[in-house]
Design a protein around this ligand. Structure first.
Ligand code: AMP
Ligand code: MG
Length: 659
């Protein structure tokens, strides 16, 4: 017995040591040094050209400049239906002195070569697109002439200018000119230009084939149900899409468990089949992080960089096997996509023949202090909003594990390695991401609620773009009092009076009623300890039994204030577990990491949990008075009163407040 438990303890210690083992990064280099090594060892020149029929060339990259082989138009062409003539014959024409021109016995339709010269005193009937006949130097519109039957002839009451209504040969495209430059991505407009020159095929750069692999025991293929502890392989999808955006062809290899033999086999296969290999995950040097170990034995020259003084993205690993680049991105989604854009996208673009992308930057003020790690260049994703005097950049506040941080950000700013923070009020350069849309019409900052999506949707239907930035109730109060948003959704109860939100008002702010959300005691259905009781009775039972675990809420949230009121100083087991959202509370209870908590009814229902009502919580909006007259703010107030919106809010289980 004694030996057994000793052996068991030793086995556990062994597992812990393996899990906690952190091999040191051999050498952490700066981002600039990492890029220098990568560029020095990896061929960044465009791949060889391949001819493609024009119809297949859409979104491909031109391999060489295209010199126009013909003129467009190919001949001098009439722009209107009318008469080709010599301008000099019309000089001095007026209402009092009409000029008469005899019509030649020819009608120049499209596609017909004219046979008769336009001699002095004559004109030739011509269609739009017709070839200007020899001798003519102008065209008059049919509407500006009178037909004389006994000529036949025309009379003109206005002089024509030489060249009038004529497109000259080569005026659109001149033979010999550079029509399109190499490195251009072919869109419909480029297809049109190539077609106008009669080109049926074009040379494009071969697209680099880029293998995408993911590794992690927890990864689950999209479309499959999540198992406990599993996460979807989102990196595989986002990286494949980003490869295509950068001009490459993504070859998905799928997600692999952290299993050396299978992963090594897959990586060797990927190196054989593709030009570039991108793997995400398993590079943190912790337990199960075996990517770099496999890379180090795949071949020469091997690993160039493992560890970059960059946040997010430190565990990035850059390698070359033979002449093929192999990159291991950190597994955390934001880190993965950040390092992809910093190191891999420029390589794919270059090999795809695209020209380097110039960074687009704007200057913005940072309203809140941002802490930063000393010794690492830190990139902070930000949302941009228009302030009173210039742009304001808000950190999106999501960590590098977040998938949405990147897609919800307008740009990022860098905090240099030697700074430990960026003080509030600093001015920073923000590099824009993607096609940043224009400034939003309405800025909503504060606590998020699912019914807010109904309001934002109704605004969108009226043509107003709202930007919601979830900074919590207290963050909303701060932003509203600084005048950085239009409205701030809040739900904070005044512990002294039990009244919601009124105590947050300061001069310049008013309160707009939103909706009521029922808060309640939440537990798993079938938990006999709580079933068929009132919330009060269930709470008594929960507090009496130390084996029953609660899940709390974060300080500063409205729900936490409510919880403290219920507990009256009690500190039940689980009190220290303080997640930041109703969803996290419900997930903890559903997954049996806790037995009860306080959350709103619609969220409890969404997770299939039982719910005992406690009290309605007021979710209202602080309105910045100085912004009330803006059209988007007026539309917002209108939408809140609209019965359709109110029905939508009710459908989500909330009760709209009286307007
Ligand atoms: P790793 O780099 O393997 O230590 O992973 C760090 C974190 O990123 C873990 O939370 C992983 O679950 C997560 N992660 C790794 N690979 C992926 C992936 N392909 N998709 C989504 N998350 C991932
Ligand atoms: Mg992993």
């Amino acid at each position: 017995m004694a030996i057994n438990s000793k052996q068991r303890a030793a086995a556990i210690m062994d597992a812990v040591r393996r899990a906690a083992r952190q091999e040191q990064f051999l050498e952490v280099v700066s981002a600039a040094e990492a890029r220098r090594r990568f560029e020095a060892c990896v061929d960044h020149s465009p791949l060889q050209p391949e001819p493609l029929p024009l119809v297949a060339a859409l979104s491909r990259v031109l391999a060489a400049d295209v010199i126009a082989p013909v003129d467009a138009p190919p001949f001098d062409r009439s722009n209107v239906d009318g008469f080709a003539l010599r301008a000099v014959d019309t000089a001095g024409a007026s209402d009092g002195a009409a000029r008469r021109l005899t019509l030649n016995p020819e009608v120049v339709a499209c596609g017909v070569e004219p046979a008769i010269e336009v001699a002095p005193g004559t004109a030739t009937t011509i269609a739009t697109g017709g070839v200007i006949p020899r001798g003519a130097d102008a065209v008059v519109m049919i509407e500006q002439t009178e037909l004389i039957e006994d000529g036949p002839a025309i009379a003109l009451r206005r002089p024509a200018a030489s060249g009038q209504f004529i497109s000259y040969a080569g005026s659109d495209i001149a033979r010999g000119e550079t029509l399109l430059r190499r490195g251009t991505r072919i869109g419909s407009r480029e297809i049109g230009m190539l077609a106008a020159c009669g080109l049926a095929a074009v040379d494009v750069v071969r697209r680099p084939r880029v293998a995408v692999l993911s590794t992690g025991d927890e990864l689950v293929e999209l479309g499959r149900p999540l198992r406990p502890g599993g996460v979807y392989d989102s990196n595989g999808a986002i990286i494949a899409a980003a490869i295509v955006e950068a001009g490459g062809e993504a070859i998905p290899f799928g997600a692999f468990p952290d299993e050396e033999v299978a992963l090594e086999l897959a990586m060797r296969g990927a190196l054989d089949a593709c030009d570039i290999v991108v793997l995400s995950g398993g590079t943190s040097k912790g337990a199960g992080d075996l990517s770099h170990r496999i890379v180090s034995r795949l071949g020469k020259p091997g690993i160039l960089v493992h560890g970059v003084a960059l946040k997010p993205g430190k565990p990035l690993c850059l390698a070359v096997i033979g002449d093929k680049p192999l990159v291991v991105l950190p597994g955390f989604p934001t880190s993965a996509i950040f390092t992809f854009h910093a190191f891999v996208a420029p390589l794919i673009r270059a090999r795809a023949g695209l020209l380097p992308e110039a960074a687009r930057t704007v200057t913005a003020r940072v309203p809140v202090p941002i802490a930063s790690e000393l010794g690492r260049e830190e990139f902070v994703l930000v949302s941009l909003i228009a302030g009173k005097d210039g742009l304001i950049a808000f950190p999106t506040g999501k960590n590098s594990g977040a998938v949405t941080a990147f897609s919800q950000a307008d740009g990022f700013m860098a905090i240099e390695a030697l700074a430990s923070s960026l003080p509030a009020g600093s001015t920073a350069e923000v590099t824009l991401l993607g096609e940043a849309e224009g400034a939003p019409d309405l800025v909503v900052m504060g606590s998020h609620d699912i019914a807010l999506d109904v309001v934002v949707g109704a605004l969108a239907e009226r043509g107003f773009k709202a930007r919601t930035i979830a900074v919590g109730s207290q963050g909303g109060v701060n932003a509203a009092s600084r005048g950085e948003c239009d409205v701030a959704p809040v739900h904070l109860v005044d512990p002294a009076t039990g009244i919601y939100n009124k105590h947050l008002l300061v001069p310049g702010l008013t309160l707009v009623p939103g909706w009521r959300r029922m808060q309640g005691f939440v537990f798993r259905p079938g938990d006999a300890r709580f079933a068929d009781r009132s919330a009060d009775a269930a709470l008594k039972i929960a507090l009496a039994d130390p084996a029953i675990l609660m899940v709390n809420r974060n300080a500063g949230s409205g729900t936490r204030v409510l919880v403290e009121g219920l507990l009256r100083g009690a500190r039940p087991s689980g009190y220290a577990n303080q997640p930041r959202s109703h969803n996290a509370v419900a997930a903890a209870i559903a997954q049996k990491r806790a037995d009860w908590g306080v959350a709103i009814e619609p969220v409890a229902r969404m997770y299939g949990l039982a719910f005992l009502p406690i009290a309605p919580e007021h979710y209202d909006f602080l309105l910045v008075e100085a912004r009330r007259e803006r059209p988007a703010v007026q539309a917002f107030l209108d939408v809140l009163r609209d019965e359709k919106t109110r029905d939508g809010i009710r459908a989500l289980g909330m009760e709209p407040a009286d307007p």
